[in-house]
Design a protein around this ligand. Structure first.
Ligand code: ATP
Length: 579
């Protein structure tokens, strides 16, 4: 497929706000692909060159791209900067500056491989080489293609193609309907690689997808925990459970393949570079290949105390990793094993997997197994919960001992019990910032008065509003948040946002914020959970607790399904009983 043909379809996608149309156009693109084009196209449409978990970055930011555009189109740089300020989107700016008329554009595989060359360039003079290749590409493309090339390079597609939309489009392209979705989703949960899944479906069909197994080096989507209101409800629903402390650190999936170790975050980003001490501990494990699941938490070796989540995540900055590794080293509490010596362990019961993890780890300072105790008594579970909270932990996770590891599922295999500061058992909600209001008086000085926030609706692959946020941040907090928002501002409501509110400024959904609220209430205006016949949901008295950008993508925010369940749970008698 010619890149111009792909770009014309991307333009069609940009023009629609209807998800069904988006799926239909994307499925037409897939139907017109040759097998070799499937992987590149799948990554390109999401502003990537490789699956999300591979740390491949093109490495040309807006500043460098402006230089490239000025050179390619021979216009003064100040003009590019000025127009870009007016238009507010470098892609659209480039479209205006590019010479008119059609071109014989290269095919998508060629464009993908030239961008990959740019990404791979390193060492002395690499910046010039990157720019030269990019300028060459711009000169080969027509205006619309150039617009999308720039957006791909910046990773800002403005199309609203989330992973569920890709899965639906693949199903439509092969079957004409959505029926392949469950088998596609299963393969996706095990491999997290949409490009691989597309190619496998074309090459070997449904059977091929079923045969795509868990493998070291490919993160699987993490098993997640459900909520129940109190220990009694947990024992009633699950019976005998395994109980573990809930550590407030960072989820880590540790992969070892030969001597190669990789570490992935909760949202499957590569974090290998950040945790050298975990890498060297994992390299010493006596196995050919393995995948472990755990929670990493930084501690102070002087006082032997764990440090708060914020400090644990401070390492995400690239500088000073080695100093961090010495002053606040990481420990990982391992609670699961999904793969060992070539065997997929996910179907085994949890109790057995945990035993295998224990045999494997033989606790070192850095890698330890999370303690596990068994009980079918609500009193014992309550004691465990309170005991862990008094030791400064977040709460407990109760696990069904006979459950398999269900990649990507949030279900009752695992149930989390936490306690908030008011002494009630409730959970926080992770919302995505969708826009903001400028505010008045003092707030206006900080740049943002109130924030419009939403949750993720996986069925519709969209973000639906649930609340406005105005409290919980210090003055400094407001300033900081505004600083982060500026790069996400967009002129119009983004494609995947469903809202009856119109904030002063719309934001590309990216920032996840943890909020605590008193209650979930029905709402005639907020769109979260809204149906043709029923109201949506809103949060009562929401306040910001923390920023969760470190480990959550917007799609990892609390989902509409969870909000509905939490709403049902809070209506049950006995919920949130103060203890
Ligand atoms: P939270 O905000 O509660 O961390 P979450 O959306 O990140 O929520 P949940 O599924 O709600 O994830 O809770 C499970 C999370 O708790 C895991 O992702 C993991 O990071 C953390 N965790 C800490 N200790 C454990 C444990 N012993 N077993 C499983 N998960 C644990």
């Amino acid at each position: 497929m010619n890149f111009a043909e792909l770009a014309a379809n991307l333009d069609r996608m940009e023009a629609t706000t209807k998800r069904n149309e988006l799926v239909a156009i994307l499925s037409e693109v897939y139907a017109a692909c040759t097998p070799d084009e499937l992987r590149p196209i799948t990554y390109l449409i999401q502003g990537r060159l490789a699956p999300f978990f591979e740390p491949v970055e093109i490495g040309l930011g807006e500043r460098l791209l402006i230089n490239a555009v000025a050179a390619a189109y021979q216009v003064p740089k100040v003009e590019v900067v000025k127009l870009n300020k007016q238009v507010g989107d470098l892609g659209a700016t480039v479209q205006r500056l590019a010479p008119g008329g059609p071109r014989d554009t290269p095919d998508v595989v060629d464009v993908h491989s030239r961008l990959s060359e740019i990404a791979a360039a390193g060492g002395g003079g690499s910046q010039e080489r990157k720019l030269d290749t990019f300028i060459g590409l711009l000169n080969d493309l027509d205006a619309i293609s150039a617009k999308h090339l720039v957006r791909i390079t910046l990773g800002k597609m403005r199309l609203g193609i989330g992973d569920p939309t890709v899965l639906d489009a693949l199903s439509f392209a092969r079957k004409g309907d959505r029926t392949l979705r469950p088998v596609l989703e299963g393969a996706y949960n095990r491999t997290s690689d949409l490009g691989l899944i597309a190619r496998t479906l074309w090459d070997t069909g449904e059977a091929g997808l079923e045969a795509l197994k868990v493998r070291a080096g490919h993160p699987l989507r993490p098993q997640l925990a459900e909520r129940l209101p109190n220990p009694e409800a947990v024992i009633k629903k699950l019976g005998m459970v395994g109980v573990q402390p809930k550590y407030d650190g960072l989820r880590v999936q540790i992969h070892k393949e030969g001597q190669e170790v990789s570490i992935f975050s909760r949202n499957l980003e590569s974090m290998t570079e950040m945790f050298p001490e975990l890498v060297s501990a994992a390299a010493k494990l006596d196995v050919t290949n393995v995948i472990l699941d755990g929670e990493a938490i930084a501690y102070n070796p002087e006082s032997d105390e764990y440090v708060p989540f914020q400090e644990t995540t401070a390492r995400r900055r690239k500088e000073g990793i080695q100093e961090f590794a010495e002053s606040v080293p990481m420990r990982a509490f391992i609670f699961d094993v999904m793969f060992r010596d070539g065997t997929d362990l996910t179907p085994l019961p949890y109790e057995r997997r945990f035993e295998i993890a224990r045999e494997l780890i033989r606790d070192s300072e850095t890698l330890q197994t999370a303690p596990l105790m068994k009980t079918d008594s609500a009193d014992v579970l309550t004691r465990e919960l309170l005991d862990n909270i008094s030791r400064g932990l977040e709460g407990v996770v109760a696990k069904r001992l006979d459950s398999p590891y269900q990649a990507g599922a949030r279900n009752f295999n695992w149930v989390k019990l936490k306690r908030n500061t008011s002494g009630q058992l409730t959970d926080t909600i992770d919302v995505v910032l969708l826009g903001y209001y400028r505010g008045k008086g003092k707030r206006a000085e900080f740049g943002a008065g109130a924030l419009l926030a939403g949750v993720y609706d996986a069925d519709k692959d969209e973000f639906a509003t649930i609340t406005k946020l105005g409290t919980g941040l210090s003055d400094q907090g407001w300033r900081e948040i505004h600083g982060r928002l500026s790069s996400l501002e967009v002129a119009e409501k983004p494609a995947r946002v469903s809202s009856n509110f119109v904030p002063d400024i719309w934001l590309e959904p990216a920032i996840v914020v943890e909020v605590l609220a008193d209650e979930i209430t029905p709402s005639p205006r907020h769109t979260a959970g809204m149906t043709a016949s029923g109201p949506g949901f809103a949060l009562r008295f929401p306040r910001i607790v923390s920023m969760r950008t470190a480990d959550k993508k917007p799609e990892d925010a609390t989902s509409v399904r969870e909000i509905r369940e939490m709403y049902e749970q809070q209506r049950q008698p006995g919920r949130n009983r103060p203890r």
